[in-house]
Structure formats: structure tokens, C-alpha cells
Design a binder for this molecule. Sequence first.
Ligand code: PHE
Length: 451
Amino acid sequence: KQQPTLKIEGDVYQTDEWTNTPDTILSHVGRRLYLDDNHPLAITRKLIESQFPAPTYGNYSEKNPVVSTRLNFDFLGFPPDHPGRSRTDTYYVNDKTVLRTHTSAHQQAYFQQIARNEKTRPEEVGYTVIADVYRRDAIDRSHYPVFHQMEGAMLWKRPATDPLSASSETAAKVLADLEKIPRHDIVVEDPNPTIHPQRNPLQSAHHSAEEVEAIGAHLKRSLERMVIKVFTEASKAAAASSGAAGAEPLKVRWVEAYFPFTSPSWELEVFWQGDWLEILGCGVIKQDLLINSDVPDHVGWAFGLGIERIAMLLFNIPDIRLFWSRDERFLSQFRAGEIARFEPFSKHPACYKDVAFWLPPAAVTGGSSAAGGAVPFHENDVMEIVRGIGGDLVEDVTLIDEFTHPKTSRKSMCYRINYRSLERTLTNEETNEMHLKVREKLVGELGVELR
Ligand code: PHE
């Protein structure tokens, strides 16, 4: 059933037992929504890029989503057993190749580019890069298997070959650059020390505390400015549409985080309509990455964020599938440079259908993957089957019941699938037909027993 090769962006890849990328996913490659000037993802991109301007930053995009497992995981320090590497979470092209799960897969290339251009473009010491990224995940209004991330970083070249002895000089350079970033007057909560021995350790073999304080301060002010700009625009748009007077003052806070490729690491959260929302992840780049990129004499910071989540807030877009719509009633509502509130053009009826099944008996689930032998059950595999059949006609899939039979110890699951098109009313026949196919495929591919 598996094709022997996959063709992606003109290149041909051999498939193998790791391959799990369906054509329905590949059909999204190359849309480049972030380059359609009047598309909300492109408008959001431009707004963020405006806070990372030339000549310090180059603003880039990466069209081809195919990357090596080395650059997506190994280089970045993901341990061999990290769940992100599993076939239930990631689209593999083959055992050594994936559809990138994050824009961090391009860090090495951009670090090297900065060093390579040192003579010709000495001011360009930072970058942003936007790209489509791919993850096997749940189906609901805020998750789609293809979404967009923007990553950015800034590097400083150290003055001497013995880095630690020159760290004060580096720190002074970073602080001088910090002074060039305009201040803002928003109160930012930042209760934790920059360095925490367990949770946010200093890379003491490579950095001095002084240097990391300076890099952390530069990172924080740069990202605060960007987030304040974006959310000031969002509040303005929200206030204009609701007719409300002055919006509440923005609340922003830093929290400690963990990423395999930064230390210390943080997330920036914004208080928005009653909730703290995580906007981005960031940190001081692990020196091993720079050493392994042949730029051992540089230090720096990096961040990454999801574009859809921000665009949904800016434009009040209620369902992530809309970004892929080719419906003029959606596309005609947006214009380059403008943050307009989306006017839903219609809401078609939902059609809920449940499917309940027994998981294969434990003896089968635990077995090796001999012919037909089942692998342990993972919810993402249910999602993938529904996605493969229903595509954008499924709004969400939720687990509504789960229990283990007291005598047989078999496990039963019940999922509710909400079939609803964004563009039209679905007929009974077509939803029934999709649902029947989902049921058949659950049996055929996961070996479950329908109830
Ligand atoms: N790649 C991370 C993610 O997808 C975000 C990140 C980028 C964090 C760069 C730190 C530095 O969540």
C-alpha cells in the first residue's frame, strides 16, 4: 500500500517502515500562505518582522519542509527517547527524514550564514525565519497538522579565543546593544532569577553569569517590544469592533521553561481576555550548538513562536482551518497592513457522530510488529485516520468515554467526531459515508473491535 517513493517539492525520497506522511498532508506543502500579502498569516508575519528590522536582522522564509532527523532533533539535543521523535507525533518521510516539526531545524544553517556573511554584511547578526511546520496532533479549532512558526536569533562574536576570559568584554558589547533598543513602559512580571542552578542552569563551561545576564536582558527587551507591539494592535482592533473605550493595560510575564537547545530558557505570557497565554519560547543558545556549527566564538539567544495562535487573536479567527480556506468570503476580508476583525460568514450545522471500540487484547498490543501485529494504541493514530478521511470537514474529535472491563481487562474508548464544513451544510449521506469509512479504517489499521 505504501508508495516506494514520495515526491516533495520536486525531490524524490525513498520510503521505508518509518514513512507515515499521507498525501493529504503533502498537499499542503508549497501553499506559502505567509507570502500572500493579504492573508492574515502574512499580515501577522509582517507585523512581527517589523520588530526585527534590517540591518540587524534578515527576515527569511524556508519553503521546503523536508529536513533530516539530525537537524530537527539530534543537533538540537533531543534525547533518543524524546516523545517528539515518535511516529505517533511526527510525519516521517523515511527513517532519516521528517517534515520539520519546528523552525528550530534551521538554526544551524542560519548560524552558519551569519558567520559566512561577516565580511559582506557585518551588521546582520540576527534573523527571523518563517515556515510551515508539521505535527501529528489532536483535531480541534486550534490545532491543525500544518501550521506556521517564526524563529529568530541574534548572535555576538566574542573578542577573544579564550571566551571566559573575555566574557566581560562580551557582556559590555551586549549591554551597549541593549541600550540601542527603545525602552517601553509596560510593567513586565519577571520574578525569577536569570540563572537557577537546577531549573535554568548556567552553561558554566562556556558562559560567565555576567554574559548570560546581559544576553538575557537583551533577549527579554527585544521580545517584550515585539509582543507589546502585537498585542497593542490586537487590543486596538478588539476595542474598535466592540465599541469599548480604552483597553485595559497590557499584562506580560516571564516564566521559566525548558528546551533541549537553550539554557537558561523562558516563555513569555500575555494576559488576554481573562487567561495567561503562552506566546513564545526562548533562551540563551546552548554553546554546543554553536560549537557544532563551526561558530564556537559566537554567543546568542533564540526564540520561536506559533503564528496561527497570534493571528487568531489579532483577527478574531475562531477556527484554525479557516487559514487554509480558498473561499472569497474569508480571503476578501483581509488587506495587507490592516488588522481587521473577521466577520464569520455563516456557521453551518454540526453533525456529531460517536464511535466506540475495544482496543485489541493486551496480548496483541504488547506484541512485536510482526505481520499485522498491533502497536500500542495512540490517540494521534485515531486523529490521523479521521483526518485522512474527513480532512477539513472535521471540526474536532474528543474522547467522551473510556473504561476498562472489570473481568476481561479490555479497554473501551468512545470518540465523538464533529463533522462540520466551514463553507457549506454537509448532507446526511456524505457524513454517514465518511463515518462508515472511519469505522472501517479504525478496524483495518488499529485492529480495534467496534462496539
Ligand atoms: N522550537 C521551540 C518550539 O517549537 C521554540 C523555541 C525556539 C524555543 C527557539 C527556544 C528557542 O516550541
